[in-house]
Design a protein around this ligand. Structure first.
Ligand code: TYD
Length: 170
């Protein structure tokens, strides 16, 4: 058992369908502690950086449009980014999220319950959850500054920028 943090993104399809509350409820029932949260309008740069390990995949460009909300109308062009903390939280949230493809996800998982595959073949799976400790650290540092979190487990710089602490780069 180890204390971990993980990044959750409640994706534009979940916000459009009004199921963000259901998702947060399910995660709350797992006794996970929320240490940071914000709505983010996702820039092209942030989207590409977040999914950079998938840049050679055939679905990459559609994935970038999806996470930026370009498939769900202007009023849903954001994601709700949340950092959760707890013992083995990375695996716990992945379990609650379910398999990547909603058609293969357990019906009681978040993706099984709320996700879909469109007739065009686009996976809309309502939630992102970090896959492993290295990705969780990279993603949390990408999406959040230390001063936006109520509890910090990764090293920060002792010298602050504009009076605000920043991550110490590896
Ligand atoms: P991936 O990191 O493989 O899965 P997960 O989100 O479960 O960690 O893929 C990232 C996202 O890319 C996934 O949530 C949805 C999208 N995706 C597709 O659109 N088509 C695909 O065939 C795959 C594997 C993923």
């Amino acid at each position: 058992m180890s204390l971990q943090q993980t990044l959750v993104l409640i994706k534009p399809d979940a916000l459009q369908r009004g199921v963000a509350g259901h998702i947060i409820n399910r995660l709350a029932h797992a006794h996970l502690r929320m240490v940071g949260a914000k709505v983010v309008k996702v820039s092209e740069k942030l989207a590409r950086e977040h999914y950079k390990s998938l840049s050679d995949k055939p679905f990459f460009e559609e994935l970038i449009k999806y996470i930026r909300g370009r498939l769900h109308g202007e009023e849903h062009s954001g994601v709700l980014a949340i950092v959760y903390q707890g013992e083995d939280v990375i695996a716990k949230v992945r379990e609650i999220a379910g398999a990547t493809n909603p058609e293969q996800a357990h019906p009681k998982s978040l993706r099984g319950a709320y996700g879909r595959v469109t007739t065009k073949g686009q996976i809309e799976n309502v939630i992102h959850a970090s896959s492993d400790p290295q990705e969780a650290e990279r993603e949390i540092k990408l999406w959040f500054s230390p001063y936006e979190l109520t509890h910090v487990i990764f090293p920060v710089k002792s010298v602050s920028r504009n009076g605000k602490k920043d991550w110490r780069l590896k």
